[in-house]
Design a protein around this ligand. Structure first.
Ligand code: FES
Length: 224
């Protein structure tokens, strides 16, 4: 039986959607959404600075919604109502708008999540190279480590290093079964994960290809 056969069915609500309430009529009695008042909404200085840096990259600062939400999630551990309120305050948007963005993309967590995200690509290229077995091994190695969340993922766009995984946003591969335990050990020790297998450390023709990412997010939790 393959991993796909054992995967639990996708939960659906009564109306058939995986998202609750999409077909519910708007409640016109609710007060209109408002932009948080900066005087009443404390925002951590470091988070504010990073969000403003992301906003500065776009002609329309609203375009920075996704990187700003990533920054808030990184700061708070998840996209809590407080985190969304802070992003809304800095960007001068409504929390409702940002919630609609965050709820569309499943890499944003609207409920508390484990500290570490291990996304194992189980799409076709990686699958042909043993990703399903690696996924099972990764689940087994992370079992009992409540701060490590493991999930299968569709193509992460790094098929050339398959089988691969994204660990807190750090791409690592090609992976073998022994790497699963090493990933757990690196995460628990607070070390860079599988440094010798990180995509960012592979030789590239263009040295500029390695510049720090523009969001300021350091996938391994250290400033770049
Ligand atoms: S199939 Fe795994 S990264 Fe593309």
């Amino acid at each position: 039986m393959s991993y796909f056969d054992k995967r639990p069915p996708v939960k659906r609500y009564e109306h058939g959607s995986r998202v609750p309430g999409w077909d519910e009529a708007v409640d016109l009695t609710k007060p209109p959404a408002t932009v948080p008042d900066p005087a009443l909404t404390p925002v951590p200085a470091e988070l504010r600075e990073k969000i403003e840096a992301a906003m500065a990259l776009y002609p329309d600062s609203k375009s920075a919604s996704i990187p700003a939400l990533h920054l808030a999630q990184q700061h708070h551990g998840w996209c809590s109502p407080e985190a969304i309120e802070q992003v809304a305050c800095v960007m001068q948007l409504t929390p409702a708008y940002l919630t609609s963005v965050a709820s569309f993309y499943d890499m944003f967590a609207l409920t508390p999540k484990p500290k570490h995200d291990v996304y194992v690509c189980t799409n076709i290229s990686c699958s042909l190279l043993g990703a399903d077995e690696f996924y099972e091994q990764m689940c087994a190695s992370a079992h009992g480590h409540e701060d490590i969340g493991v999930r299968g993922f569709e193509c992460l766009g790094a098929c050339d290093i398959g089988p691969m995984a994204s660990v807190n946003g750090e791409y690592v591969g090609p992976l073998n079964l022994f790497d699963a335990q090493l990933i757990v050990e690196d995460l628990e020790a607070g070390r860079p994960v599988l440094e010798h297998k990180q995509l960012r450390n592979r030789a590239v023709a263009d040295p500029q290809g390695r510049v720090a990412d523009w969001t300021g997010i350091d996938p391994v939790g250290q400033e770049g």
